[in-house]
Ligand binder design. Structure first.
Ligand code: C2E
Ligand code: CA
Ligand code: CA
Length: 783
């Protein structure tokens, strides 16, 4: 009651109202600035602290001072300037201290700060009162003083605690209101504590009108508060702008972006919300750690792979880049950029798969095979070790040629599938490329390695030759398998591969064996081949080749019609290497092309100088036929040597034509157009297909010499010779029999109506195109 009556009776209520306005506005602004300061760091914090303390101090002091001016004791009073100024400093300093303490992180800091605030308000009040100069005795009623100070302290604690811990919605209103209460209750309780006893005398009153002073002080206070408020608003606006810009920036990113503050996720973009699959409300202020594994422990500037758990519980692999930052009020923020790795990982997996596997069949590729082989070799240092199988498909090229590449591809896929189905645990199959495969088969049986390896090879071979059901037909191909054993057959993996290949070539060449094991002698054969290849190169350069000529004789006139040129390779010691031995090597290495050209040119040059203009027969290799330039080459040689085309006969075998009949006949026609004739060599040994004879109008059929040897005691051979001769007759193609060695053979051929003969009986191949010897003439006639 005393406080109320003091307020109502002793005060000018208009000025009290003014004080209240200053107090309320000041408190609201101060509390907002305090909040700002609490959430700031560094220089920002100092600035905000300064502003908050100035605003708080000014509010308290001005409220007090205006309220003092509103006070109307019976005595005139003035204010002593030093103490009055001191009270202002106490107000500001006390506020600063209370805020400094109140903003600490520990839990009771706001309580402590609030208490300091209360003490500051009290100290300011009573310091100000000490500056009051009146003609009266001032007496303070102690219980009221204590009560006022306790009130200020308790309400101060209340204001600060509310500012820190009240729910964010009401925080500002409540804390400001309690701060107002703290200031006001202290002031009026403090005033009620004051007992004034006038001591008479003329009051020395020359001061300014109290009302003016009050409004002046209020004006200055509001100005100060206003500028603090202005900077606060400006700052808020800048922050909002900043936030909007940041938001726009975040939304511009395809990756999920999250800004995390002290209280959890402050901001995030659509991409992140979509990735997580959660509503905005759920995400806001949630902990980033609840979405991204280990997010809490990620430090600045790191890029780590982690996992994201979606709202639905799905786990997504992500790459998270973290950057620590400071908000503009200095609070620490963390920026997370979250990239969905699913597509990239999928792609990486695919690329890794493609790098290690054949894209057509999905079998491991050569690179995987080599790696696996190294590992296996390292693992199996001792017998029984493992078997390396080099697998080459037979007749695959035919399928490709006949049905096209896409069917060929299908067949490869089919074969790969069949193989995959039969391999056992620990076994490994890879595609080397083309129609070549390899397999690694671990062996267990020390005494029966070969049997074990053979069984595995057989199992794979059977799988490979399982026919594929085509649209209209079944198709399939064979397989030749070479086997080399580790560690018996090689000391290095590259040698092991080489040896398995050697065995495979042997299997390919041998008609009866589809599976061959590597043997040491194969090396020798290969070395021999290499020697021959090198020798052939040198021979071509050093002119070690010679041509021999063997006469061809007409059966009825018994005269020489022409000579076949046969290649001879003379060694340094004068011996010859048979063309049957070196021609295949020359064909394999392509050396047949220069050698063949040399033969043709040399034969034409030499035959030009023969006494009689007889026919010259020259052998052509299938490899030469496969070479498109053949017609041009022949033409060129004919021009260069001036040899008449009509005298030249080219001998080709049926095998040379069979691989690509259309192309072969095309080339043969071009050759024939030059005026040269074409003979089919070695007829009866290869395919001997009527369609070849029909495809191209040959000028001669040369019956292979194999039939001559068997003629005496083999009725079948005779039947075949007869058949070929009548075939030639019905097609009007003359037939020449090769390899005639005996008079009986000659007689038989004559009886059967053979046109020409060639053989040792009539003349061996010799350096010169010799005429028939006297002896041969006799023999020919005798028949
Ligand atoms: P070919 O074309 O069938 O040649 C005939 C072969 O039979 C020659 O062997 C010849 O000496 C041999 N011969 C001739 N009369 C008789 C006989 O009464 N009895 C026996 N047992 N053999 C006889 P040569 O010269 O060793 O040639 C072997 C093969 O080498 C030729 O078979 C031919 O395919 C190839 N060849 C030879 N010279 C050349 C050449 O210049 N170019 C090409 N591409 N291949 C050639
Ligand atoms: Ca020939
Ligand atoms: Ca022949």
């Amino acid at each position: 009651m005393r406080v109320v009556s003091c307020l109502v009776e002793d005060h000018n209520l208009l000025l009290v109202g003014l004080a209240a306005v200053v107090c309320v506005i000041g408190s609201i602004i101060t509390m907002n600035l305090f909040k700002k300061m609490r959430s700031s760091r560094g220089l920002n914090r100092i600035t905000w602290q300064f502003m908050a303390a100035a605003a708080g101090g000014a509010s308290i002091w001005c409220t007090h001072f205006i309220a003092m001016l509103a006070w109307r004791p019976e005595v005139i009073s003035t204010y002593e300037p030093v103490l009055t100024a001191l009270s202002l400093i106490v107000a500001i300093g006390g506020c600063a201290l209370s805020m400094f303490v109140g903003a600490f992180r520990f839990q009771t800091a706001p309580v402590l700060g609030g208490a300091i605030f209360g003490v500051a308000v009290s100290t300011m009040h009573y310091t100000g009162m000490l500056g009051l100069r009146t003609h009266a005795v001032l007496h303070f009623d102690m219980p009221y003083v204590v009560a006022s100070m306790l009130l200020a302290a308790v309400l101060g604690m209340g204001a600060y605690t509310l500012a820190a811990y009240a729910s964010p919605r009401y925080r500002m209103a409540l804390s400001s209101a309690v701060m107002v209460l703290a200031i006001v209750s202290l002031h009026f309780t403090g005033m009620a504590a004051l007992v004034v006893s006038p001591i008479g005398g003329v009051p020395d009153y020359s001061g300014v009108n109290d009302g003016f002073l009050a409004f002046g002080v209020a004006g200055v206070a509001l100005l100060l508060l206003g500028s603090a408020l202005a900077s606060y608003v400006l700052h808020e606006q800048a922050q909002a702008r900043e936030r909007r810009r940041l938001k726009a920036l975040l939304e511009g990113s395809v990756d999920g972006m999250v800004v995390e503050g002290r209280n959890g996720i402050m901001m995030f973009n659509k991409a992140f919300a979509e990735l997580v699959g959660a509503a905005d409300g759920t995400l806001h202020l949630s902990s980033i750690g609840s979405w991204i594994e280990d997010a809490q422990s990620m430090s600045d500037q790191t890029v780590v792979q982690s996992q994201l758990k979606t709202e639905a519980g799905e786990v997504i692999p992500v790459e998270v880049a973290v950057r620590a930052d400071h908000g503009d009020s200095g609070e620490s923020l963390r920026l997370f950029s979250v990239r969905d790795l699913r597509r990239r990982l999928e792609q990486e997996r695919r690329i890794a798969f493609l790098a290690r596997n054949d894209s057509l069949t999905s079998l491991p590729n050569r690179a995987s095979f080599l790696e696996k082989l190294e590992r296996m070799a390292h693992l199996h240092k001792h017998a029984p070790g493992f078997a390396l199988l080099a697998i080459d498909l037979d007749r695959f090229k035919e399928v490709n040629d006949l049905y096209g590449h896409s069917v060929g591809d299908q067949l490869l896929v089919h074969i790969a599938g069949e193989m995959k189905a039969v391999i056992r645990e620990g076994e490994f199959v890879a595609r080397q490329g083309g129609d070549e495969f390899v397999a690694i088969v671990p062996l267990n049986n020390l005494s029966g390695q070969r049997e074990e390896a053979r069984a595995a090879a057989q199992r794979l071979r059977e799988a490979i030759i399982t026919p594929m059901q085509g649209e209209h037909t079944e198709m399939g191909c064979g397989a030749s398998i070479g086997v080399a054993l580790w560690p018996q057959d090689a000391s290095e993996t590259s040698i092991l591969i080489n040896n398995a290949d050697l065995a495979m070539y042997r299997a390919k060449a041998a008609l009866a064996e589809e599976i061959c094991f590597y043997e040491k002698t194969m090396d020798e054969a290969v070395r021999q081949r290499r020697r021959v290849t090198q020798g052939l190169r040198d021979a071509l350069e050093n002119q070690e080749f010679e041509l021999y000529y063997q006469p061809q004789v007409a059966v009825d006139t018994r005269e020489i019609t022409g000579y076949e040129a046969l290649l001879r390779w003379r060694q340094k010691d004068g011996s010859f290497i048979s063309p049957a031995e070196f021609i295949p090597v020359a064909e394999d290495t392509g050396l047949i092309l220069p050698i063949g050209e040399w033969v043709l040119r040399r034969a034409c040059e030499e035959a030009k100088h023969w006494d009689k203009p007889l026919r010259l027969a020259v052998n052509l290799s299938p490899v030469q036929l496969g070479h498109t330039d053949l017609p041009r080459l022949v033409h060129q040689v004919l021009i260069d040597t001036g040899f008449p085309p009509a005298r030249l006969e080219l001998e080709i075998t049926e095998t040379a034509m069979i691989t690509d009949m259309a192309r072969s006949t095309f080339i043969l026609r071009q050759l024939k157009a030059l005026g040269v004739s074409i003979a089919m060599d070695d007829f009866g040994t290869g395919y001997s297909s009527l369609s070849t004879l029909r495809a191209f109008p040959f000028d001669k059929i040369k019956l292979d010499r194999a039939f001559m040897g068997e003629l005496e005691d083999n009725t079948q051979s005779r039947a075949i010779i007869r058949a070929v001769l009548s075939l030639g007759e019905s097609l009007s193609i003359p037939v020449l029999a090769e390899g005639v060695e005996t008079v009986d053979q000659l007689n038989f051929l004559r009886e059967q109506g053979c046109d020409e003969v060639q053989g040792y009986l009539l003349g061996r191949p010799s350096r010169r195109a010799l005429p028939l010897s006297q002896e041969s003439v006799e023999i020919a006639k005798a028949g």
